[in-house]
Design a protein around this ligand. Sequence first.
Ligand code: HEM
Length: 408
Amino acid sequence: MSPSVFFSHPQALQIILTSDDSKEFDASGERNAIFEPFLGSQSVIGLSGDRHRRIRKLMMPPFHGERMRAYGQLIADITDEVMQGRIVGKPFSLRKCMQAISMRVILRAVFGLEEGLRYQQMQRLLGSLIDEMSNPLSVSLLYFPILRRNLGPLSPWGNFVRRRERIDRLIYDEIAERRMRPNASRNDILTLLMSARDEAGEALTDVELRDELMTLLIAGHETTATALTWALYWIHKLPKVRERVLQELQGVDRADLGALSRLPYLNAVCCETLRIYPVGITTFPRVATSTVEVMGYSLEPGTVVVGSIYLTHHRKEIYPDPDHFKPERFLERRFSPFEYLPFGGGARRCIGMAFAQFEMKVVISRILSSFELALADKSSVRPVRRGLTAGPSPFRLVVKRQTRASNR
Ligand code: HEM
C-alpha cells in the first residue's frame, strides 16, 4: 500500500496545492472512491484529469459569489420558517434546526424543488440517509466494500440501496419534468446546470446531473449545518462576541442581505469558526506522480499526500493562542490561502465556498436579529467525529425572548 503523508506547513501546502493538477501531483478522483455508492460514478469528487476539469467548469458558474445574492431572501425565509417553531423557555437542539435549514436551502436553491409531495419525500429520505452516514457503523459500509451485501431490505446495505433507489427515482422524475416543461426564468442551480454547455457544446447527461446533485447535497448539507452550529455556539458562549455581532448588525438594513457580506466582524466570526474546528479536517488526498521534493522530504511516485487543515489552523506561529476563539485575528491580518484553508485549495477547492459563506452570514444575522438565545446546558461542548466530518458534541439553546416577529 502506498504511504500517506500529512502536511501542515503553508510552504508545503503551497507546493502541493498549486501543482495538484500537474506532472508532480494529481488530485486523483480514484482516491475518493468510497463516496461512489452515494454519489455515483460521474460525481465531480470521483473524477480525475480532463473529465474532472470539464465537470468543474460546468458546475462553477452557478456558485459564483455574485449569483449567491439571488438566494439570500430564500435563505432568510427558510431560517424564519424553521425558527418559528421555537418556544420561549423550551431548550432545542441547535444542530437539528441548522440541519433543517441547510437541507431546505439545498432542496430549494440547488434542486429548485417547490413545497409539495416530492419535496417532502426528498427531505425525509435524504435526511434519514445522511443521518445514518454520521454514524461510524454506517460509515464502515463505505470503507469496507465486503460489508456491502444486499441481504434484503432489513440488512444495512439492502436498506441503503432501497432508499438510494427511491431518491434516484425522485431526482430523475424532477429532471424529466424540467426537460418536458423548460422554464428559463427559474434560477435554481439544477436549471443552470441543465442549460450549461461544455467547449464541445455538450450538455450534462441525466446520470451526470443526478450524480452532481447528490454531490452538492452530500458535500453541502452537513458541512454548512455543522459550521452554523459551531458559529452560533461560539456567539452564545462568548458574550462579547455576541454583543459585537449585534452592534454591527444594528447598522444594517435587515432587507439588504447583500450588505451582510461586507460586515467585517461577522465575516471574522465565520472565519474563526472554520479555523478553530474546521468541518473538513483534511483536504481530499493528492498523489505524487513523479519523485518530488517537499521541504526537504523526497516523495516517491504513488505517495498519497494530504493537507491537514486542522493542524495548519493550529500552528502557533500563524495563530498565536490557537485553541482560543478570537475573531479579531481576521481583522488584524490577512492569511494566505495556504495558512487558512477551511475549503481546501487547488484543483479540488470547494465549489460551494461562496454559497456556504453567504448562507452562514444570512442565517446567523437572521437568527440574532429575531431571537435572544442562550446556551441551555452547562456541559462543555467539544469536537467529535460525525461520520466523514467533525462537529460539536450535542448541546441545546433556549429562546429567552423573541425580539422580532418572523418574516419582518
Ligand atoms: C462550511 C461549509 C463547507 C466546508 C467547510 C467545505 C469544505 C470542503 C473541503 C475541505 C473540500 C475539499 C477541498 C480540497 O480537497 O482541496 C470541499 C470540496 C467540495 N465541496 Fe465543500 N465545503 C462546504 C460547503 C459546501 C457546499 C455548500 C457545497 C455545495 C453546495 C460544497 C461542495 C463541494 C464540492 C462539490 C467539493 C468537491 C470539489 C472537487 O472534487 O473538485 N461544499 N469542501
